[in-house]
Design a protein around this ligand. Structure first.
Ligand code: ADP
Length: 778
């Protein structure tokens, strides 16, 4: 395979033999810091991260059997470790030699995002079990490092009594900075601004925005160049803020803002709980606080609280009702173990006994519970000893993480779907897999895929609707959530369609909609849309999962396109070789012959002969160029009004010049259609063929119908056998191999199809053939 062609592909290509010895790589390996020439002769094993080597060995066996494989793996490059996705196919070169043709794509970015998503859930479940403020701060600090780069991290809490925000936790590169307070006035400090307005604040570059800063800047440690702060809300109340700051300008953007915002709601809840819990602790120390107040605090916690004495429940707060579904009064006096799932009973009992005996035992873990209807609930628990009304009891706080567990399960199932989507062989398959995943895994009942075609969106597939209101949507129309998403290339959530001016009804009784673009880089493929019948019923986590699915669809669609390009490139290359070896050889040999003869003696006829032969060679090259241009869909011409009669007349006279003693009879009125100027090539080829293959007379008839025109080119040549009538329109198909490229009619067919028309051949009477071209007028 010629390396130039492979250099034009957008993927990294590596070809190696069955032992893994690299035979070839294209120039893209240089992006990873490899020197192309040095790679040849080395083994692929040296570049595959050790944990994947066995997997790739297995893949090699599959390839050996003729299968193609796909995998995501880590490779070792001079530029560091890189996640790639590879597709490998066996290809045969020669009789017995098989090599592996591998394309690789960098998916480091994608992996990062997947990791982020999982970490987000880990963060949520970890933080929800913490009741100690310092632990919450430290955990947030440690976890946030995984998501966002920062040099300074702060958490501030609102002190309502003093109307101030107190920076309780502030760390600069592992070093604690002093606590400080600012009045809650808009210009007092950047933190005050955030708390005062209850809005996030992003300063991309302090130097540039120096004159426009909304509030005073108090530098406590190093001087930050960029700053991002988000308010912490508990229900509707602002309880504080979270900031990240960097010594580099432009460290933060929409992405970081989004991450901080989604983590902040979890953090707020944990802080809210810890604040209340702090009061409980104070109560324990200040015994004079009355009992009612104590209970009051517990009732207000956003965590379920259970107090156990000698294995029996002696107190539960109201929140437990939400988790277990039982009334408070029905729980008091019950054995707590009754609510633990059988799978975990032994473990939980054992831990409880150990704690009661003062032995080391985990205090923090996830338990599987059974609610009053026998359903499974998951909770993160935290156990502490308490003195409850004089009894040495144990206080258990429970955070319901059932929905998180559920999300985790869905994510796991989706990951499998992602794999399958990537090996899909067609768009249709990708759409179906995605819709099925939305339906079966994420349990959305109404799902739609819209595909972008020029300026419209076509609904290609849908599930759940009895009948989806299908009309092609104009991208630039004001109405339609899907159109908005396609135009803005951003997701859009409509909690209540009745309040959404953009909403266009698709299905019956729909109340809530979410649409997300299927996009990779700048390339927009379409839109994924889900709907529900309940108002505001698509949770943020679910939307995240839908976004991930859309992203994987985009990756798969892009790689399908690339596969097609690859196939086209391969075909084109074969075609080149074919032309070079067969077709061009003929005229060039003829021309060389004449030149040889000219060496002996000068004869104007020889010059003429050489010229004709070179012209033929030239024509072949032109045809190949046109063929490849048509094949890759690169038509730069615009449709214009064409006069068919004049166009055919011109084509005929050009051809007639070439063949002596021939005749063309034109039997048609002037007919006008909208078409591409290259339509003349169709008639040039058909008329030329007629004379080339032996006709002496060609009659051309044109008939006009309401929406289309029909042109019949009739010749008195040798005719075309029945079994060849379709084949001659395929590239390289010829009745005899003496002349021509076998491309002419393939080009004819492509051009006619480009116009939305048809071409075929029939028998002429008494002899010859009729080529019929049918073209729509518009
Ligand atoms: P070529 O460059 O070989 O002419 P085409 O695709 O134009 O390629 O034609 C394919 C084959 O169809 C030709 O090789 C010839 O055998 C046959 N053919 C095309 N037009 C005619 C015709 N008018 N009469 C008889 N045979 C024809």
């Amino acid at each position: 395979m010629s390396s130039e062609i492979l250099d034009y592909l957008n993927d990294t290509v590596v070809i190696f033999d069955s032992q893994g010895t690299i035979l070839f790589s294209n120039r893209f390996v240089e992006n990873y810091g490899f020197e192309r020439d040095r790679l040849v002769g080395t083994k692929i094993w040296d570049y595959i991260s050790p944990e994947f080597r066995d997997k790739v060995l297995e893949d090699m066996k599959k390839i050996e059997r003729g299968e193609s494989v796909e995998r995501e793996l880590k490779v070792l490059t001079p530029a560091g470790e890189v996640w790639v996705e590879y597709r490998s196919n066996p290809i045969k070169i020669g009789e017995n030699t098989k090599v592996v043709f591998s394309t690789l794509r960098d998916i480091t970015e994608k992996k990062k995002e997947e990791g982020e998503f999982k970490r987000y859930y880990e963060f949520t479940s970890k933080i929800s079990s913490k009741l100690n403020m310092d632990e919450i701060f430290k955990l947030s600090y440690e976890e946030l490092k995984n998501f966002v780069d920062f040099d300074i991290f702060t958490i501030g809490l609102v002190d309502r009594e003093r109307n101030s925000v107190r920076i309780e936790f502030s760390v600069e590169r592992g070093r604690f900075l002093p606590k400080r307070s600012y009045k809650i006035l808009p210009e007092e400090s950047l933190s005050s601004w955030v708390v005062y307005h209850g809005k996030p604040l992003l300063i991309r570059n302090f130097k540039e925005e120096e004159d426009n800063l909304p509030a005073k800047v108090h530098v406590v440690g190093g001087e930050p160049q960029s700053w991002l702060g988000v308010p912490l809300f508990l229900k509707d109340q602002i309880i504080g803020l979270l900031t990240v700051q960097s010594f580099e300008p432009y460290a933060y953007d929409e992405r970081e803002l989004r991450i901080l915002q989604s983590l902040s709601s979890q953090l707020s809840m944990a802080i809210g709980n810890a604040l209340l819990y702090q009061k409980i602790k104070e109560r324990e120390e200040n015994a004079h606080l009355e009992r009612e107040r104590y209970r009051n605090i517990l009732e207000n916690l956003l965590t379920g609280i259970v107090i156990i004495y000698e294995g029996k429940i002696i107190y539960v707060n109201r929140f437990i009702e939400e988790i277990l579904g039982s009334r408070v009064q029905n729980l008091i006096g019950e054995d707590f173990i009754k609510f633990i799932h059988p799978e975990m009973k032994d473990l939980v009992l054992e831990n409880y006994r150990r704690r009661m005996m003062g032995l080391p035992a985990p205090k923090n873990y996830v338990v599987k519970l059974i609610d009053d209807k026998g359903g499974i609930r998951w909770a993160q628990i935290n156990a502490t000893p308490v003195n409850w009304e004089g009894l040495q009891a144990e206080l258990i706080s429970l955070q319901d993480i059932t929905h998180l567990k559920d999300m985790e399960r869905k994510l796991m199932e989706l990951v499998k779907v992602f794999r399958d989507i990537k090996i899909a062989k067609s768009k249709e398959e990708i759409y179906n897999m995605a819709l099925n995943a939305l339906f079966n895994v994420l349990n959305f009942s109404y799902v739609v895929v819209g595909e972008i075609k020029d300026n419209t969106i076509e609904i290609t597939n849908y599930i759940g609707y009895d009948e989806y209101n299908i009309y092609p949507l104009n991208l630039y129309e004001d109405k339609g959530v899907i159109a908005w998403v396609a135009r803005n290339k951003r997701p859009y959530y409509v909690p209540d369609v009745k309040k959404e001016p953009l909403y266009l009804p698709g299905g019956k009784d729909i109340r809530c909609e979410y649409a997300t673009p299927i996009i990779i880089g700048d390339r927009l493929f379409g839109v994924l849309n889900i709907e529900k019948k309940e108002v505001n019923s698509i949770a943020e986590e679910e939307r995240n999962l839908v976004d991930m699915l859309a992203e994987h669809m985009a990756v798969a669609l892009a790689s399908l396109e690339r596969q097609e390009d690859l196939q086209r490139a391969k075909n084109f290359q074969e075609l080149m070789v074919h032309i070079m070896s067969h077709d061009l050889k003929n005229p060039l040999a003829v021309s060389t012959g004449y030149v040889e003869m000219l060496r002996e003696e000068y004869n104007p006829e020889y010059v003429e002969g050489a010229n004709r032969a070179l012209e033929e060679a030239f024509n072949i090259i032109e045809k190949v160029k046109l063929f490849s241009r048509l094949g890759s869909g690169k038509i730069y011409e615009k449709k214009t009004p064409l006069s068919l009669r004049s166009l055919i007349e011109k084509a005929s006279s050009l051809i007639l010049e070439k063949y002596a003693g021939t005749e063309v009879v034109l039997d048609m009125e002037e007919m006008r259609i909208e078409g591409y100027p290259l339509l003349d090539t169709v008639f040039l080829n058909i008329i030329d063929n007629a004379f080339k293959y032996g006709a002496t007379k060609v009659t051309i008839k044109g008939t006009e119908f309401q929406d289309y025109v029909k042109i019949s080119v009739m010749d008195n040549g040798p005719g075309i056998p029945e079994d060849m009538k379709d084949k001659i329109f395929e590239p390289f198909e010829r009745l005899s191999s003496k002349r021509g490229s076998g491309l002419g009619l393939a080009i004819v067919k492509m051009i006619v199809q480009l116009h939305g028309g048809e071409v075929w051949v029939e028998n002429n009477v008494p002899e010859g053939s009729i080529f019929i071209v049918q073209l729509p007028k518009g």
